[in-house]
Structures are given as structure tokens and as C-alpha cells.
Design a binder for this molecule. Structure first.
Ligand code: AMP
Ligand code: MG
Length: 308
């Protein structure tokens, strides 16, 4: 059984973040074997992405949420390194611009939904609108009518959860799938990685003193994440809450989650019609003089492949 299962939340059980591991210890896995499996998964993902594109019947949205220094960026870089860049777009959702703030919170997201056949990777997402916004009570300062921002925070966010579920369900029914990932890093590991960012000159740019202010709000964020995940985990669009203290293990689990979605989509190369097959034959005759590859041709092809 894949290790992924125990980190999957589909709404049938309640998530208690504090009881979930942030490292691989409990899973008792062998690092070498995991590295090997990750490499194989990367290859399979690249293969299936080609098929997804050729097939074009489903679109895939991978979204990553996490506290700072949980490894979002490096995970993206590694797990999807084999994928054809033409089939994937990465979107980083930052503090909304003035134009974005003047619209509904899903406006900027909807514009980043991929065409079917493609993958969009969301580095942070509309979940920030029930996380950072909730923790900092930013909703109270929104330029919106009183009937919206005048209501209790609890009601305001309950409605947002409902809208998020509706949005994800809407896309699911429009032939899209989600892979929703929370990288679950420990407070201790975040400290270690922050110190590395401070101590290593080539990592300084990744650190801002504001990151420390957010770190102080750790318990509030944990609570907000727990609540958001519990309200939005469904069988169709589950959450993966993955241990993030060891990058090699996180990458493996992320690759498993993406692979699972692609395997469920099971994309196929399009079948060609008899007419098109005939045309291929005709083209072959023009190019090589025969309708079928001859033995000699096959042998040469094989030899060429081996040379590579
Ligand atoms: P980073 O990913 O470290 O570059 O930081 C992006 C920042 O944008 C994070 O601090 C997020 O919390 C913040 N952010 C993203 N979406 C929103 C949002 N809807 N409202 C407020 N802040 C946001
Ligand atoms: Mg940051």
C-alpha cells in the first residue's frame, strides 16, 4: 500500500493536524528506495503528461499550500522537472494587487485554470483567502458592503468554504481534477531552514523579517489550516497533508499524489480514423517506397536506437 493513503483526507474522518507526523520516522522507509521510487514516478508523470496533452479531455490543477520554508518551491522544481514545459503553467498567488482586490476572490484564480489537457500548478492559492486573511482578520478591512464585511468572521469564512467547495466541484464537473497538497512542516524545521536562509548569502533573498512575524502566529495558522482542510476535503477533491521535514520524503509523496491523479485520469493517445491511417500509409509510400516497414528498415531503426 502506498504511504500516501494515511495522509489523504477526503472528509470521511476529521483532520487533527497536531497528531500527524511531519517526518518519515513512523513510516520506517528506506531513503535509497524512496529516492529510486521518486525517480520512477517522475518518469511516469512525464509520460502521462504527454498523454494528458494529446488526449485533452481533462485538466489538472495541482495546488500547494504551506507555512514558509516548508519547501514549496524546491518541491515544484524537483517533482515536475521531467515534464514538458509546454504542458504546464505555474502561478504564484501573492498579496492581491489593487485590480485583484477590486474583484471577487476567485476571479484571479479562474483566469489561471488550465485548458483541458494542460496542468496548472498553484504556488499558494485561493486558500490564502481563508488562511492569511483569517489569521490577520484582513476581511474586516475589505472595501466591500456592510452586509458582507459586517457579518461575524465565522459566518464570513463558513461562506467562503462553501464557495471554495462549489468552485472545486464546478471544475470537477467540467472535467478537471485537483491535487490539493498541504506541506506539513514542523516549527523546529522551519527555524532550522530560516537560520540557513540567514546564514547562507545565496539564500538571504529568501528571508524577510516579516517571516518571523508570521512564525509567531504558528498556532493560529495551524488552526486555520485544520479548519480549512476539514471544510473542503471531499472524495472527489481530497487533501493530502504531507510530512515536510525531509525534502526527499516530501518529494516522493508529492510525486505519488500527482501520479495517482494522472493514473485516475488515464489519458489515452487519440485513435486515428481509418481514413487518416490510409493517408499515413500513402505518406509512407512517398517517403520510403513501401506501405509497411521492411525488415531491413526495422533493423536499421533498432541499431540507431541502440547507438543513442
Ligand atoms: P511568498 O509566497 O513568500 O512570496 O509570499 C506571498 C505572500 O502573499 C504570502 O505572505 C501570502 O500569505 C500572501 N498572500 C497570498 N494570497 C493572499 C491573499 N488573498 N490575501 C492576502 N495575502 C495573500
Ligand atoms: Mg514568504
Amino acid at each position: 500500500m502506498s504511504e500516501l493513503k494515511k495522509y489523504t483526507f477526503d472528509g470521511s474522518s476529521k483532520l487533527k493536524l497536531a497528531s500527524l507526523p511531519t517526518n518519515s520516522k513512523k513510516d520506517g522507509v528506506d531513503k535509497e528506495k524512496i529516492l529510486e521510487k521518486t525517480m520512477k514516478n517522475q518518469e511516469k508523470i512525464a509520460e502521462l503528461q504527454e498523454r494528458l496533452y494529446a488526449d485533452g479531455t481533462e485538466g489538472l490543477i495541482i495546488l500547494l499550500q504551506a507555512m514558509d520554508a516548508a519547501g514549496k518551491d524546491s518541491t515544484i522544481k524537483h517533482v515536475l522537472s521531467g515534464v514538458n514545459p509546454q504542458g504546464i503553467d505555474v502561478f504564484s498567488f501573492k498579496t492581491p494587487s489593487a485590480d485583484e482586490s477590486a474583484h471577487d476572490f476567485l476571479w484571479r484564480v479562474h483566469r489561471s485554470v488550465p485548458a483541458r489537457g494542460k496542468i496548472s500548478l498553484f504556488n499558494r492559492s485561493y486558500y490564502e483567502d481563508v488562511l492569511v486573511v483569517r489569521v490577520h482578520k484582513l476581511n474586516r478591512g475589505y472595501h466591500m458592503s456592510d452586509r458582507v464585511i459586517g457579518q461575524k468572521d465565522k459566518d464570513f469564512f463558513e461562506k467562503r468554504f462553501k464557495h471554495i467547495c462549489g468552485f472545486e466541484d464546478y471544475l470537477y464537473e467540467n472535467s478537471y481534477r485537483f491535487v490539493k497538497i498541504f506541506l506539513n512542516v514542523s516549527e523546529e524545521k522551519q527555524k532550522e531552514r530560516f537560520l540557513e536562509r540567514i546564514d547562507k548569502p545565496d539564500k538571504n533573498w529568501k528571508f524577510s523579517s516579516n517571516d518571523l512575524k508570521e512564525r509567531e502566529l504558528w498556532p493560529k495558522y495551524q488552526k486555520a489550516y485544520e479548519d480549512a482542510i476539514n471544510h473542503t476535503a471531499t472524495p472527489e477533491n481530497p487533501w493530502y497533508v504531507l510530512p515536510a521535514d525531509q525534502k526527499w520524503y516530501t518529494r516522493y509523496l508529492v510525486s505519488e499524489a500527482i501520479l495517482k491523479a494522472l493514473e485516475e485520469i488515464d489519458p489515452q493517445y487519440p485513435e486515428i480514423s481509418d481514413e487518416e491511417r490510409e493517408r499515413l500509409k500513402e505518406s509512407r509510400i512517398i517517403l520510403a517506397g513501401s506501405a509497411e516497414p521492411e525488415e531491413k528498415e526495422e533493423k536499421e531503426k533498432k541499431e540507431k536506437k541502440e547507438e543513442k
